[in-house]
Structure formats: C-alpha cells, structure tokens
Design a binder for this molecule. Sequence first.
Ligand code: 6PG
Length: 271
Amino acid sequence: MDETTHSGHAWRTADGRLVRVYDDTASLSEAAATLVAGVLREAAAARGLATLCLAGGSTPRALHERLAAVHRDDVPWARTTVVFGDERCVPPEHEASNYGMARDTLLSRVPVPAERVHRIRGELAPADAADDYDRTLRRALGGAPPDARAAAALDAPLLDVTILGVGADGHTASLFPGDPALAERERWAVAVTAPAYVAEPRARVTLTLPLLRASRLVLVLVAGATKRDAVQAALGDEATVPAGLVRAVGRTLWMVDEDAAGIASDVERRT
Ligand code: 6PG
C-alpha cells in the first residue's frame, strides 16, 4: 500500500530502506498514524489478527494521540495484539514507564482488549523481566518457531508493524552502541544496562534484533536536530549505530522531520 502522501523529499538508501522527510513532528505523526492504521486493518483482514509493537520515549506520544483521536473507529483494535520494543525496569505506574506512556496516550483511549496488551513487567528484577517477556512473546505471537534463529529467517514475520525511536547516540529500543545485546541471535528479549550517559532508570529490557527484524513493517520515527548525527550514522552506507542495524524482513521506513533530516539529505546526495 502507498505509505501516504508526505511533505518534502523521500529517497531510498542503497540497501533499500525508505526515508521520508516531514516538515515537523505533527505532520510526521499524522502520516505515521494513517500508515499504522492501514497496516493494522490490512493485517486483521488478511490474517484475522494484527500485531503492533510500540516504542518508548517521547516521539511516539503524538502518534499515539493521533491514533486515539482519529483512528479509534477505523482500526480493528479488538483484534490487535500490542507488545513493546523495550521498557525501563520500573513499575507501570512509574513516570518513566514506556507502558505507562502508551496506556495514557493510546491504550486507555482505544478498545484494545486488556488481554491483548502484553507489557514488559518492569517491576521484576531485570533478568526475570526479560525471561518472562521472552516467554510472553513466544506465547502471544502464536505459532512462534521453537527458537529465534527461525524467526530471523522467517518469510512470514511475527510482527505487522514495529515502531521504533532513535536516541541521539543512535540507540533504538534499548539496544545501545557496543552493547553485547546487539549480538543476541536466539533470545527475543534481554536485560541490559543503559550507558552511564543515559538518565536513570538505566536497567532496561529490550527486544533483540532478530525479533525486530521479523516485522512486516518497521517504522523508525525521528524528530529534532539533536538526532541529526544519529540519522546520518544509521542511514549511511556502513551503519555504525544500532538503529542502522534494523532491517525488517518486510519494509523499513524512516519517517524523519526536517530538523532531524538536515544531515540525512546529504546521505541522499551521497547514495
Ligand atoms: C526508550 C525508547 C528509546 C527511545 C529513544 C528516543 O525507552 O527511551 O525505547 O529507544 O525511542 O531514546 O527517545 P525520544 O523519542 O524521547 O527522543
């Protein structure tokens, strides 16, 4: 399906990732909401169920609010399973909880059944929360192959749309530069400790690259001038940051605002 209309330019990186540039966060979030809604509708129509993987941080807030305000009635929320790309190891009522942000901005405002929302239990010890979520994902994603190796090679991915943000250091989910978790090829969820430059809580649980890859569509949402270097590093010919390592088995679409895309347009001229 067409990704929707967009402002500004669009280009494809040498390795096939599509990049669309938007005037600002509002137009980026509006386009992302239209795209997510369409993909969830198509997935539910084609396979009876849709699976949405949500990101944390602040960038997705406007997307969530748009989905709740405009797409409450044109998305099959009752047939949508929701999982999370990462979580801070805090209880759900903690202000830093990614689940808490999603609950307040989206999940409490659309008719998704509670039993279809699978949060990472951040209140547990990190290793226990990661083990628990690895099991939860294999159960929730239904028919998951016995091990993640098969997921990475899956033609039919396990996630319909996976939303990701990018940090100024190029991390995505809670996959930080140089972290051993980047080499994980079997587990779908692992516990990590964010680098010292990251604000507390640094104890995290994150999905791993094999599962992020097992997506029909990965949407990477980036806004703000502080992300310019990360966008360039991720979209360059040799991805040098975690966000640049994410390649969906389906489509990988970067939706960036003008502030974050400044350097990225150079990438367009270089590629
Ligand atoms: C988190 C997110 C993280 C986020 C980036 C960007 O738990 O913080 O999963 O990967 O997407 O740090 O965060 P902002 O959207 O707040 O810039």
